[in-house]
Design a protein around this ligand. Structure first.
Ligand code: ATP
Length: 340
């Protein structure tokens, strides 16, 4: 029997509360099924910075390197020193964020089921900024053929695996950024020819932002560059009812990291009112990825059960405060685990 090694970053703000819920969920799967996890908590973020002088200490990195996957709760002010470094170190090239309508959650449309596949390694996130002269700053936007091809292929393969819409839209601004986004667009077009079963289209990023509000149900897979993906995926999360339900994956070739889309939400930390669905749905994505990597169908079964348990509770109007209910973090967690 395989034992899956999971590293866990509790982070800051509401992070540790959410991580406790995720651990309860994983431990319940451990107890009730033949799937076995080794869970290793590691320090990273503001707390690690104050205790060890580094937001991402070396011993944390060593533990993460030995794990099969990492589940990360939100980190506070030092977030960039944790997640951007981890993305670079482990070459986590695809940032995948589903946005799905859930029952009894206020949303622009009731039939949204889309996923943003965002290039995660280049663009302005390389942080290459410099002064051209004393009062002018230049930021470099890096787009490469290799990274564009890798993300486009990931997006098309995602469309193949998903439901029956089978669509990919590539989002760019090639009318202005002719060379960089021109390259991204051309690579997407080329990859599209290898997937004749997928309907391919293109949108300028401004039109995409508008259409996400106007008719979000028309989207299936959105593939885009790093900065546009950051903005559009937050918009998509809001379209389906807010951050408390938002999950994401940072996918690499051999290693992946899963995390809620929201930040540390210090305003509600320690009050037992945060919605743990974001970390549960991130855990679901992690189980799917491990299941695929180790060819273990049992993990897919448990992943489906997590989402089903949440949907069942929402249908019964059992909700946390952020989405119009009155359940606490711990009450909702208990109910999810009982409904698995
Ligand atoms: P960051 O800049 O790190 O993204 P932020 O302060 O802009 O952080 P978040 O921390 O993501 O934004 O949260 C914004 C607001 O959304 C919070 O103030 C909080 O009220 C709410 N929120 C975020 N996550 C949750 C959650 N899991 N449950 C309930 N409310 C949440």
């Amino acid at each position: 029997m395989t034992r899956y090694n999971i590293s866990l970053i509790p982070g800051d703000g509401i992070g540790p509360e959410l991580m406790k819920c995720a651990m309860m969920l994983l431990e319940s799967i451990n107890d009730k099924t033949s799937i076995k996890f080794s869970l290793n908590e590691v320090d990273a973020g503001d707390y690690a910075l104050s205790q060890f002088g580094k937001a991402l200490p070396d011993f944390t990195l060593e533990t993460i390197k030995k794990s099969d996957a990492c589940l990360k709760a939100p980190v506070g002010e030092s977030a960039a020193d944790v997640i951007i470094v981890l993305r670079r170190l482990f070459d986590l090239y695809a940032n995948v964020r589903p946005a799905k309508s859930f029952p009894n959650i206020k949303s622009i449309s009731e039939n949204v089921d889309l996923v943003t596949v965002r290039e995660n390694t280049e663009d302005v996130y390389l942080g290459w900024e410099f002064y051209a002269d004393s009062d002018t700053v230049v930021a470099l936007r890096v787009i490469s053929e290799k990274a564009s091809r890798r993300i486009a292929e990931y997006a098309f393969n995602t469309a193949v695996m998903r439901g029956d819409k089978k669509k990919v839209v590539s989002v760019h601004k090639s009318n202005v950024l002719r060379k960089s986004d021109g390259l991204f667009k051309n690579v997407c077009r080329e990859v599209a020819t290898k997937f004749p079963q997928i309907e391919y289209s293109e949108l300028y990023v401004d039109a995409c932002a508008m259409n996400l509000i106007r008719n979000p149900e028309n989207f299936d897979v959105i593939v885009t560059t790093n900065l546009f993906g950051d903005i559009l995926s937050d918009e998509a999360a809001q379209v389906v009812g807010g951050l408390g339900m938002g999950s994401s994956a940072n996918i690499g070739k051999n290693f992946s990291l899963f995390e809620p889309v929201h930040g540390a939400a210090f305003d509600i930390a320690g009050k037992n009112i945060a919605n743990p669905s974001s970390i549960f749905l991130s855990t679901k994505m992690m189980l799917e990825w491990i299941g695929e990597k180790f060819k273990d169908p049992l993990l897919f079964t448990e992943a489906v059960k997590i989402e089903n348990a949440i949907v069942t509770l929402l249908k019964q109007n059992n909700k946390t405060i952020d989405i119009g209910g009155n359940l606490s973090t711990t009450e909702f967690t208990r109910m999810v685990i009982d409904n698995l």
